[in-house]
Design a protein around this ligand. Structure first.
Ligand code: AMP
Length: 428
């Protein structure tokens, strides 16, 4: 099946083509046509199945068809998701699919200053992606009204409950209009979730896909305990193995990806990097070089790696362990596709050990830690690393103190010079 057969707006088709998707994933094939018809959807699906596009594309299409062009827009779609990372990822997806449409969207989550989010909301948004806590905060302050919601998505419902969001959800639901289209996604369906679906959904189409967890059982998963400063040495050591003809290396940050590229270049290992700060042209060149076999390594951030389609990849490296277990599963799902043998190799620092636990819990498989490697974590290593970190922290504090003092001096000099810049006179 192709995206063309899904009866999508030409603007959406063009955007999807640009992201590089070749055909809709199973959940997209089944959910998009039903959602476009206005049906409620119950999706039993994890991250990595393409569920974000499965709900965002129909919403963009339906909102566009009924959108009044002028004036400030009320919020017509609410997408509720448990974590800021997921909220940001959904925002990125919507941004990509909405590229040729005029709809406005906003992403709100806690832990950051609310003012830019409030300003964005004041300008009028059609689609709001939110985590429950910040949504309630801004609703309580009168910045958000949900009375015009036509489309409601509850994403990762089981995780919401695991994270203790049930009270928040119970406060949000009564604020939504009775008549609306609801799409509900959950990786598992425990009784509490089933109860919630009964309350929320009307005659839904049920779709169940299970692509992600199967990757975790077919891919050989290896890991190394290693301190952060030793990760690059371990990587270069492992890359001496000629069996690793090509590998995709994941880095959490764009800066990390650039740093890795420089390390590889110094070691004469051909590589390309794709991340958000690279232009479309640079990304395409890197991807082509890798696919053509001219580059041995492709370094990518999670977001940039979305939608890239490389079939016969045997090795994936996790230079750091992602804090979202689904991200790990999605990363390793890049290998072992189309019947090839896949191996994932993860580098785990002390701070990252809890992430391994949540990955193993999600996948139900054990990651195989390789003992006796040259960069094994030792007591002395930990001590030296801690000392180094403390010394960095001290240097940082000294610099900050100097900056604070300089700022104070400037302020005092300014005051001694007669107060405000215009000498206390009012400007007309
Ligand atoms: P999700 O399950 O929505 O988090 O999506 C998982 C990943 O699959 C994301 O990186 C998407 O960009 C990517 N993706 C979604 N739909 C497709 C598609 N039709 N073809 C290829 N990749 C896709």
């Amino acid at each position: 099946m192709t995206f063309k057969e899904l009866d999508l707006l030409p603007e959406i088709l063009r955007a999807v083509e640009e992201v590089g998707y070749e055909s809709p994933t199973p959940i997209q094939q089944r959910a998009i046509p039903e959602a476009i018809k206005g049906k409620d959807v119950l999706g039993c699906a994890q991250t990595g199945t393409g569920k974000t596009a499965a709900f965002s594309i129909p919403i963009l299409q339906l909102i566009h068809k009924t959108r009044v062009q002028k004036g400030k827009h009320p919020i017509r779609s609410l997408i509720l998701t448990p974590t800021r990372e997921l909220a940001a990822q959904i925002g990125d997806n919507i941004k990509a699919y909405n590229k040729y449409l005029p709809s406005e969207y906003a992403v709100i989550f806690g832990g950051v200053n609310q003012n830019p989010q409030v300003r964005r909301l004041k300008a009028g948004v059609d689609i709001l992606v939110a985590t429950p806590g910040r949504l309630l905060d801004l609703m309580d302050q009168g910045h958000i009204s949900l009375k015009n919601i036509d489309f409601f998505v509850l994403d990762e419902a089981d995780r919401m409950l695991d994270m203790g969001f049930i009270h928040d959800i119970n406060r949000i639901l009564p604020k939504l209009p009775e008549k609306k289209q609801t799409m509900f996604f959950s990786a598992t369906m425990p009784p509490a979730i089933v109860k919630l679906t009964k309350k929320l959904l009307h005659n839904p189409v049920s779709i169940s896909v299970d692509v992600v967890s199967s990757a975790a059982t077919t891919v050989k998963q290896e890991a190394y305990h290693v301190l952060k400063p030793d990760k690059k040495k371990l990587l270069l050591h492992l890359l001496k193995n000629p069996e690793i003809d090509q590998a995709l290396i994941f880095s959490r940050t764009k800066r990390g990806a650039d740093r890795l590229s420089r390390i590889l270049a110094k070691a004469n290992i051909s590589s390309g990097a794709i991340h958000g700060d690279k232009s479309q042209g640079q990304r395409e060149r890197a991807l082509k070089g890798f696919k053509d076999g001219k580059l041995r390594i492709l370094v990518a951030t999670d977001i940039a790696a979305r939608g890239i389609d490389i079939d016969s990849l045997s090795y994936v490296f996790n230079y750091d362990i992602p804090n979202e277990p689904e991200t790990y599963v999605h990363r390793i799902g890049r290998t072992g596709r189309a019947g090839t043998d896949g191996t994932s190799i993860s580098f785990c620092d002390i701070d990252e050990r809890p992430y391994v636990k949540s990955i193993e819990k999600l996948t139900g498989t054990k990651i195989n830690f390789i003992p006796d490697h040259p960069f094994e974590i030792t007591e002395e290593g930990i001590k030296a690393y801690k000392e180094m970190q403390e010394s960095y922290a001290k240097q940082n504090e000294i610099q900050m103190q100097k900056r604070r003092e300089a700022k104070k001096r400037r302020r005092e000099q300014g005051n001694a010079g007669g107060g405000s810049k215009n000498g206390g006179k009012r400007r007309r």
